[in-house]
Design a binder for this molecule. Structure first.
Ligand code: ATP
Ligand code: MG
Length: 235
């Protein structure tokens, strides 16, 4: 069943249009990645879905479980079951891990039990009383994902979750995303510049180039097609 459908999306900022006729569909249970070079419009797509940081949408529809998200405010979108982990893994730096999760849980009506987060992220258990500012980048990313998960989403949007992390930590984050998908039935849309990380966990990939969706491919095809990766992603 289709969970999220974007149809003919045109969006941008005062400085100009960024997205042109973008169509995208995600079925329940999938992990889908949105790939593209710097400035292709990946983050703008995510922001348009969740109504964050206000790109201006001039045409198209974004439908989540029969609800038109473009008519909803950010907090209503969260209640509908969508959560967003923005670029640069924002957490409250002076709050502890436990407090960060608690604040996120109290922001919605029907959160998951906060203690569940330490089952999903055993890495966070032993550092639960530490302030977020004293954590490594990988640990902060786990906290950011836990904050999104505790809101009990059906769909989680992750913007470059592996950016700037060491390879070993990338694998931990990948495995956390897979666990959320597998064990908690959360559908995932992730933006990546790290094509290897996207291929490691996503089933399907959309490729954005200068605001246009130029291809939609399976992991198998993306892995096999060197020319495609070179042409659109430069890798
Ligand atoms: N708040 C904003 N105001 C004006 N222009 C913006 C804003 N945010 C992004 N842009 C512009 O929109 C275009 C697309 O940016 P976007 O952040 O969506 O790309 P991206 O694919 O996420 O890139 P990156 O891989 O660097 O994160 C770029 O030209 C960018 O400069
Ligand atoms: Mg971006």
């Amino acid at each position: 069943m289709t969970l999220l459908a974007i149809d003919g999306l045109e969006a941008g900022y005062e400085t100009g249009q960024v997205l042109f006729d973008v169509d995208l569909e995600i079925a329940e249970g999938e992990i889908v990645s949105l790939l593209g070079r710097n400035g292709a419009g990946k983050t703008t797509t995510m922001r348009s879905i969740v109504g964050a940081d206000m790109p201006h949408v001039s045409a198209g529809t974004i439908t989540f479980r029969e609800q038109n998200l473009l008519e909803r405010r950010s907090h209503e979108i969260a209640e509908l079951g969508l959560s967003y982990v923005p670029e640069a893994r924002r957490c409250f730096p002076r709050l502890t891990v436990t407090e960060n999760i608690h604040v996120a849980a109290t922001a919605v009506n029907d959160p998951l039990p906060e203690s569940d987060m330490f089952e999903v992220f055993p890495e966070l258990d032993e550092i639960r009383d530490r302030q977020a500012k004293n954590l490594s980048g990988g640990q902060q990313q786990m906290v950011a994902i836990a904050r999104a998960l505790v809101a009990n989403p059906d769909l989680m949007l992750l913007d470059e979750p592996c950016e700037g992390l060491a390879p070993m930590i990338v694998r931990q984050v990948e495995s956390a995303i897979q666990r959320i998908n597998d064990e908690r039935d959360v559908t995932v849309l992730m933006v990546e510049q790290n094509v290897a990380a996207a291929m490691a966990i996503a089933d399907r990939h959309y490729i954005l180039e200068e605001g246009h969706l130029v291809d939609e491919v399976t992991t198998e095809r993306l892995r096999a097609d060197d020319e495609l990766r070179q042409a659109y992603l430069g890798v």
